[in-house]
Design a protein around this ligand. Structure first.
Ligand SMILES: C[S@@+](CC[C@H](N)C(=O)[O-])C[C@H]1O[C@@H](n2cnc3c(N)ncnc32)[C@H](O)[C@@H]1O
Length: 283
């Protein structure tokens, strides 16, 4: 049951990356997870440990949900991993994402027990008010002003906004693979000025970081060796194509690949991963 909506090119790129990730992990979650205990060496950086970390992350999110919460709008719900878990915990959950592929997976994963809204948060015209809005690794795709504006419109008085995401701790980091993440200070200012109060905040950078290490290790082991193998094959079979591909790689891909391999260092120096619980004023 897919329906077409206008999806921006940026969102289509993001969706392509998400679908790729999904293929690799075969997990209902699209988030970094919470590695506890931390892996003691690279041999413990495995997809099966990532799946356990993703489950632990969802438990962690649930521990932030204030008692009395009944209705939740899961914004950027992905394929329904978090929503399915929240339904099992007895919450009334609705999901929202701008992607028909995720819509199909979400509805199947939640077995029709949760409504799905095919929309961006910015264009969502729902008239229901929720007790809590969840942004699990989706805040980085939406401007801070839109997060504040839309949450204010969609929450009950005294309702909560739960954000878990990678954020920029270094404001001067503005260009590169993680630069779409929000500046911690800008997010704080936008939400505070819109009448939200920060109730609870936890930094889980250390427990999220192994997923970046795992991605880099897998890319080094499988991605780069596959690229090198294909390059060797094309150099033997079709040398002119090999020459063209080598030029294209140097022109467009080399910088992205180098930056990707550097991701753990970039994260450590410029970013953090926080879970923030905000409450909107009661009047
Ligand atoms: C990294 S995934 C996180 C999925 C899920 N919340 C989780 O924790 O597993 C990011 C999600 O944000 C969604 N998204 C991207 N732009 C959005 C927007 N403008 N409004 C709402 N959701 C958006 C994506 O389609 C995707 O579902």
């Amino acid at each position: 049951m897919s329906q077409s909506i206008a999806i921006s090119q940026a969102t289509r790129y993001q969706n392509a990356a998400l679908n790729y990730y999904l293929g690799l992990t075969d997990s209902p979650f699209l988030h970094y997870g919470y590695w506890e205990p931390l892996p003691s060496g690279t041999e413990e950086l495995t997809i099966s440990r990532l799946r356990s970390a993703q489950q632990a992350y969802t438990d962690k999110l649930v521990s932030f949900i204030p008692s009395g919460t009944k209705t939740i709008l899961d914004v950027g719900c992905g394929t329904g991993g978090n929503a399915g878990y929240l339904l099992n915990k007895g919450f009334d959950v609705e999901g929202l994402a701008p992607d028909p592929f995720q819509q199909e997976r979400f509805l199947s994963y939640t077995q029709g027990k949760a409504k799905f809204h095919l929309s961006t948060l910015e264009n969502f015209n729902g008239n229901f008010h929720y007790d809590l809005i969840l942004l699990s690794e989706s805040s980085q795709y939406i401007s801070v002003l839109d997060i504040a504006r839309c949450s204010t419109k969609l929450l009950n008085a005294g309702g909560y906004l739960l954000i878990a995401d990678m954020m920029r701790s270094n404001s001067s980091y503005q260009d590169g693979i993680f630069s779409n993440c929000h500046d911690v200070k800008e997010l704080l200012t936008a939400l505070t000025e819109s009448g939200f109060t920060l109730v609870k905040c936890e930094d889980i950078s250390t427990q999220a970081a192994p997923t970046i290490d795992l991605a880099v290790a897998n890319f080094q082991r499988f991605g780069l060796s596959t690229i090198n193998y294909l390059a060797d094959l094309s150099a033997i079979a079709v040398p002119p194509i090999h020459k063209l591909l080598r030029w294209a790689y140097r022109r467009w891909l080399k910088k992205i690949v180098t930056e990707g391999l550097d991701a753990p260092k970039i994260f450590e120096q410029n970013l953090c991963y926080q879970i923030q619980l905000w409450q909107i004023s009661k009047s």
